[in-house]
Design a protein around this ligand. Sequence first.
Ligand code: PRP
Ligand code: URA
Length: 208
Amino acid sequence: MEATILNHPLINHKLSILRDKKTGTKEFREIVGEISQILCYECMKDAELTEKDIETPICETKGYFIDEDKYAFVPILRAGTGMLDGLLQVMPNAKIGHIGLYRNEETLKPVRYFFKAPKNLEERTVVVLDPMLATGGSGSDAITMLKDSGAKKIKFLCIIAAPQGIKKIQEDHPDVEIYCAALDKELNDIGYIVPGLGDAGDRIFGTK
Ligand code: PRP
Ligand code: URA
């Protein structure tokens, strides 16, 4: 499955503000929300619509509606929660799960600490949220946990991906669609995306 990379001047503009180390927590969080909302629109291009009769102030017509209940948004803690508000602004009735994973700083392998997902995952489109797809270890493990709980249709949204991260998800989970705002060049020797934006969790929550 090809990854979808958003390529739009406004996204590049917003991303450049995110990347800038001088950007403060408030603005960083706001822009993560805005870009996440755009990723949400993009990943829902195939959403099923149900036709219903409605009445405008002028006449009767057909309306087309999405069953929001059929969607589950699952942020990977911590940084993924920074993307959630943006998606909920457009899909306020989606179900929400949480996956707790952190990356061991030496091995770069994901360490699991929490999992709570909505019921009947097999009936929903599951959208995993994490701003950074670096080695892909965390994203791939989160997808494995969701599949083990029944999820069949999974999409992965991130703000910045490294080529290694995309390759890992594509190899481990070829059925999962990946959407990202930017594809960066590489990882440095401590597993950070270059040029990237630094540590997304620390920048969203102001913890450093
Ligand atoms: C960051 C990020 C991803 C992971 C990406 O989380 O939000 O979950 O690293 O790296 P990977 O693709 O190499 O696995 P981190 O472990 O820093 O946890 P945090 O969100 O709690 O800060
Ligand atoms: N996690 C981050 O927050 N940033 C990176 O560049 C890589 C992993």
